[in-house]
Design a protein around this ligand. Sequence first.
Ligand SMILES: Nc1nc2c(ncn2[C@@H]2O[C@H](COP(=O)(O)OP(=O)(O)OP(=O)(O)O)[C@@H](O)[C@H]2O)c(=O)[nH]1
Ligand SMILES: [Mg+2]
Ligand SMILES: [Zn+2]
Length: 311
Amino acid sequence: MLARDGLVYRCNLKSKKLKGAEGFYNPLAAGDIVEWEEASPGTGLIVGLGKRKNLFWRYNEKGKAIQAIAANMDLLVCVASTALPPFRPRFIDRVSLEPASEKIPFLVILNKTDLGVDKEVRDRMADYRHIGFDTLFLSVKNNEGLDELSAMIRGKTSAFVGQSGVGKSSILNAIEPGLGLRVGEVCEKYERGRHTTVAALMSVLADGNTRVIDTPGFRRLAVRGLDPATLSACFPEMTSLLSYCALGARCMHIDEDACAVKKAVEDGGIHEDRYESYLRIFSELSEEKQYAKKRGNPRKNTFLADEGDEP
Ligand SMILES: Nc1nc2c(ncn2[C@@H]2O[C@H](COP(=O)(O)OP(=O)(O)OP(=O)(O)O)[C@@H](O)[C@H]2O)c(=O)[nH]1
Ligand SMILES: [Mg+2]
Ligand SMILES: [Zn+2]
C-alpha cells in the first residue's frame, strides 16, 4: 500500500522480476523505497526498488534465499520479555550481529517488567548497555518506559524484532493509540507466542514523520554463511582487543595462547555468557562451512536463518 496526496494506492509488482530485488526470497521489505506508477485511481504498479541504506534479513531455509524483513532503518529494536516467553539473551546476541556489522543503532527493550526482573536478567541488560547498545526497561501493562521509547523513536524509522509473544505489537499499539495491530495470547503451557503478526508492516505515526515497522516473531535464529573468522568483528566488546592477540588476525579466540579476548573473559571485561554465544555461533558457522564445502555450494551473504518453530 502506498499513499500520495492523501490517497492510498494498493500496488502490485509490474513484473515478477523486480529490478533491484534479484536473488531475494521476497522482492520487498517493509521500509523499502520503490518507484511506482498509477494504474488506475487507487491502484498502482511497482516498477523498481530503490537502493537500500540497510536491511534486516534472515536466510530462508526452504526457499534457499535471503528473506528481506525491514529496510532503511535508523534504529533496530530487539524486544525481549522478562517472562512469557522467558528472557533469552542468546537470541538477542544473534540479532545483534547484523546491527553491529552494519552499524545500525541498536536498542534492546526488556518488556513485561511487571512480571518481575531477576538479578541475572538485570545483569545481562547492564552488560548490553556496557557494550554500547541502548537499553530500555518497559511494561505495556503498567505504562512504564513508553514515553522514553516514544522520544527515542521520534522522527526515525525503527524496526521492532524479537521472539513471538514478547509484546512487539502491544508496544506499538501503546505508543500510538489507534494503530490497531493484532495482539495474541502467549501459550501458557509452552511459554511462547503464537505468531500473531504474520507479515512485516510499516506504519506512519500521527506526527507524520515517525515510522515503525512491526515484524513477525521468530522463536530461534540460526546464523548462516558468515565467515567464522570474521565473527569477532560483530561483537563490539571484542573489536578493540583483536590486535592484542598473540596470533593477530589468525586468532579465533577459542583455545589459542595469549588471546586477549579470552583474557578479557577471565578478567570480567567480557561477559562469559556473551563469550559462550560467540563460541556457539562460531561452531555453528564452522560446521556450516564444512557442510557447504562438501556440497561444493558455499552460501554467500547469508546471515540469519529461521530454524523452524518446533521446540
Ligand atoms: N504482563 C504483560 N504482558 C504483556 C505486556 N506486553 C504485552 N503483553 C502480552 O503479551 C502477549 C503477546 O503480545 P503481542 O504484542 O501479540 O506479542 P508480539 O511480540 O507482537 O508477538 P508476535 O506477533 O507473535 O511476534 C499478549 O497477551 C499481550 O497482552 C506487558 O508489558 N506485560
Ligand atoms: Mg506481533
Ligand atoms: Zn584471540
